[in-house]
Write a protein of this length. Structure first.
Length: 308
C-alpha cells in the first residue's frame, strides 16, 4: 500500500522547480500581500485534496449525464471507468462490513481502504507527471522537438490536460460561477468530473495532433515569465471552438499549445509587452499564489488588479 501523503500538490512540484534559484523560488500570496522565499515542494498543495467520497444516487445521475455528453463511445467507456474505479473502493468497504472477519482484520483492511480513498487520484497524477518529465526538461532547455515523437507528445498533452483541471483555483472559479447552485453533490462529484473533462480534452487534442502544435516562447527582454497556482491558462474564451493553452515552464521559456494556424511560429522570442500580458493572465487566473524568480517583479505583478 502506498505511503499516505497528507499535503497533496495541486501543481506539479517539478513544474514549479523551474523557478528555483539555489533550491528556492519566490511566492507572492495575495491574501495578506505576503512575499516570501520557499521551496517548490512547500507550496501549491492542500490536505488530502484528491480524496474521493462515496457517491449517492443523485451524484451518479449527474456523472452519467456528464459522461453521456461525449459523442465518442470509446471516451464514454473510459470515463465510465473513472466512476467504476472509485465506486469499487466503497463497494469493497460494504462487503468488508458484511464479512465475518475479526475486528483486527476489519480495522487493517479498513485503514487500507481509507488510504486508497485519499491517495488513488494523487497516485494517478504522479504517474502522469512522471511520464511528462522528458518533455518538460526539453522545453526548459529551449527545444520543443519532443512534439514530433508521438509517445512524448501524448505524455505532454495528457499532463497538460490533467494539470489544467486538477487545481484548487479552477474549482474555486467554478464554485463562484455556480454561486448558490453549487451543492454537496457537486462537491462530491467534482473530483470525478475533473478526471472526465481532463480525459475528453486530452483525447481531443491527441486525436487532432497533426493540426495542433506546441510553440516554444522565449522571453526576449528582461521580463521573466511567472507561474501560479493555476499554472496553465486558456487564452481563448468559452465561446471559442478551440483551446489555446499557455504553459510557462521557467523564467525564460513557455509553451503555447493550440491549432497551428493560431499559435504562430513554433519557436519565437517575444517582447516585454507580450510577456507582461501573459504574466497578467497567470496572475488573474490564480487563486491566491503566484511564483517567480525575481521578487521585486513578482510582488509588482501580484499587487495588480486581476482581469475579469
Amino acid at each position: 500500500m502506498s505511503t499516505l501523503v497528507k499535503g497533496q500538490h495541486v501543481v506539479w512540484a517539478n513544474l514549479l522547480r523551474g523557478w528555483e534559484v539555489d533550491g528556492r523560488l519566490w511566492c507572492f500570496r495575495r491574501q495578506g500581500e505576503k512575499l516570501f522565499r520557499t521551496q517548490s515542494t512547500a507550496v501549491a498543495k492542500e490536505t488530502f485534496f484528491y480524496r474521493v467520497r462515496e457517491l449517492l444516487d443523485e451524484d451518479r445521475d449527474r456523472l452519467q449525464y456528464t459522461v453521456a455528453q461525449c459523442t465518442d463511445p470509446r471516451l464514454r467507456d473510459l470515463n465510465q471507468g473513472w466512476i467504476d474505479w472509485i465506486e469499487r473502493v466503497f463497494e469493497t468497504r460494504k462487503r468488508l462490513t458484511a464479512a465475518g472477519l475479526s475486528a483486527a482484520d476489519r480495522q487493517n483492511i479498513g485503514d487500507d481502504l481509507d488510504r486508497l480513498e485519499k491517495m488513488m487520484v494523487e497516485k494517478w497524477h504522479t504517474g502522469v507527471e512522471n511520464r511528462a518529465t522528458g518533455p518538460l526538461d526539453e522545453l526548459r532547455s529551449g527545444s520543443n522537438a519532443f512534439y514530433d515523437d508521438p509517445e512524448q507528445r501524448n505524455a505532454w498533452i495528457t499532463y497538460v490536460a490533467f494539470q489544467y483541471f486538477r487545481t484548487s483555483s479552477l474549482k474555486q472559479r467554478l464554485k463562484a460561477d455556480f454561486g448558490s447552485l453549487w451543492n454537496e453533490s457537486m462537491e462530491r462529484t467534482w473530483p470525478l468530473e475533473a478526471l472526465i473533462y481532463s480525459t475528453n480534452v486530452g483525447a481531443g487534442i491527441v486525436s487532432r495532433a497533426s493540426n495542433y502544435g506546441c510553440a516554444l516562447l522565449e522571453q526576449g527582454s528582461n521580463i521573466p515569465f511567472i507561474t501560479g497556482d493555476q499554472p496553465i491558462v486558456n487564452l481563448k474564451t468559452d465561446k471559442d471552438a478551440e483551446l489555446q493553452l499557455y504553459v510557462p515552464v521557467s523564467p525564460r521559456y513557455a509553451a503555447l499549445m493550440g491549432p497551428k494556424e493560431d499559435i504562430g511560429p513554433l519557436h519565437r522570442r517575444i517582447s516585454a509587452l507580450e510577456t507582461e500580458r501573459l504574466n497578467h493572465k497567470i496572475h488573474s487566473r490564480s487563486a491566491d499564489q503566484i511564483y517567480g524568480s525575481d521578487p521585486e517583479y513578482l510582488g509588482a505583478v501580484g499587487r495588480l488588479e486581476k482581469l475579469p
